[in-house]
Design a protein around this ligand. Structure first.
Ligand code: NAI
Length: 359
């Protein structure tokens, strides 16, 4: 198959089902569970309860990461966690807090690096019953996950001057561009937009664009356009309907994907997958929300939608549709929605309503 010849496996193209056939026990599925910090354990627990109500059987290989394990392991990401994801090839993850400024290295970034999770795919579309000023949104943000300013190469040049290196490579740019186009082809999408700042960063973003153009020429059926990132942010809040699949470097992807989440209801309703050649980590877009942690108020939809992406990738389309439709029904009814969406329901009430709608 052409894609495989060019080094893109089916798993990288976002359909891990075929790639894993024969290597995964279906009944039960073994999934690494990383509850994380803050609201992480609450939203993961809610998701597990809903997934188990689908009738599918799961074995949860629960692993601890984050600030709590630093005193024990000297790191926020013990080897055990990484090894468990490698073994099971699948993980469902809650948010992990990262100290600002000093402190330990981000467990999220380390996990992506150590597992080679180079693509972050974040779909956002309007949801029934969730009214926002934006209509007809159906956007897939494909974010490069492994390099750019997130390489973490920083040093003090002289006191008062810090240098932070932005690394852009042909290999990673070509890989993410191919992921975006392959995703578009597999999912019947019409257009890919490369987002950049090559007018200023002529070499680094210039290389990124060159790679996107080169890969794009192999997909003549898919329209390829480019947009400078600042204009792109403005267009996203004025004419968001023009966007379909968007591909960008790590930093722009981090910012733009949150913006896109905001168009459809916020961080609480957007799921994502971090995809590598050998493993996929499904996680919410939001952080650990320390302001509401432990209060039973968190909206678990983002992790739940991430798990729906997992079910689809596993070929469990019927279960995925049941969960998604149940959430849509609860949103539409508007009675048991959480505070971030303007409701009054607790996490537990929302979960109960979703499970009820599934039946
Ligand atoms: P945040 O996403 O945790 O919170 C931002 C706002 O959204 C808060 O008001 C919070 O209450 C609300 N919110 C977020 N998720 C929600 C949910 N599911 N239901 C209801 N309300 C929700 O962002 P913040 O405060 O910038 O980050 C907190 C911590 O999370 C930081 O340590 C950060 O490093 C970490 N973080 C981790 C991520 C990950 O593990 N992938 C991603 C983003 C941040």
């Amino acid at each position: 198959m052409a894609a495989e010849m060019q080094g893109v496996s089916k798993i990288e193209a976002g359909t891990i089902a075929a790639a894993r056939t024969g290597t995964v026990e279906k009944d039960p599925y073994t999934v690494t569970l990383i509850p994380g910090d803050g609201i992480g354990p609450e939203v993961i627990d809610a998701t597990v309860r809903i997934l188990e109500a689908t009738g599918l059987r799961f074995t949860w290989d629960t692993q601890e990461a984050g600030a709590n394990v630093v005193p024990r392991y000297g790191t926020a990401l013990p080897d055990e966690v990484v090894n468990a994801v490698i073994k099971n090839r699948l993980a469902l993850k809650g948010p992990i807090a990262t100290p600002v400024g000093g402190g330990f290295v981000s467990a999220n970034v380390s996990l992506r690096k150590r597992l080679g999770l180079y693509a972050n795919v974040r779909p956002a579309r309007n949801l029934p019953g969730i009214v926002t000023p934006f209509k007809d949104i159906d956007i897939i943000v494909v974010r490069e996950n492994s390099e750019d300013l997130y390489s973490g190469i920083e040093h003090v040049v002289v006191p008062g001057v810090v240098e932070s290196l932005k690394i852009i490579t042909e290999v990673a740019s070509t890989r993410i561009a191919r992921h975006a186009f392959e995703y578009a082809r597999l999912n019947g999408r019409k257009k890919v937009t490369g987002v950049h700042k090559a007018n200023i960063m002529k070499l680094s973003d210039g290389l990124f664009l060159e790679c996107c153009r080169k890969v794009g020429r192999e997909y003549p059926e898919i329209e390829y356009t480019e947009m400078i990132v600042d204009n792109c942010c403005m267009q996203l809040v004025t004419k968001p309907q023009q966007f379909d699949v968007m591909v960008m470097e790590n930093l722009y992807g981090d910012i733009v994907s949150d913006l896109v989440s905001g168009l459809v209801g916020g961080l609480g309703v957007t799921g994502s997958a971090n995809i590598g050649a050998d493993a996929v980590v499904y996680e919410a877009v939001h952080g650990s929300a320390p302001d509401i942690a432990g209060k039973g108020l968190a909206n678990p939809t983002a992790v739940l939608f991430s798990s729906v992406m997992m079910l689809r990738d596993l070929g469990e389309t019927e279960a995925a549709n049941r969960v998604e439709n149940a959430v849509f029904e609860v949103f539409q009814e508007h009675k048991y929605i959480t505070r971030d969406l303007g409701g009054t329901a607790t996490t537990a009430e929302f979960v109960k309503a979703v499970i009820g709608a599934m039946r």
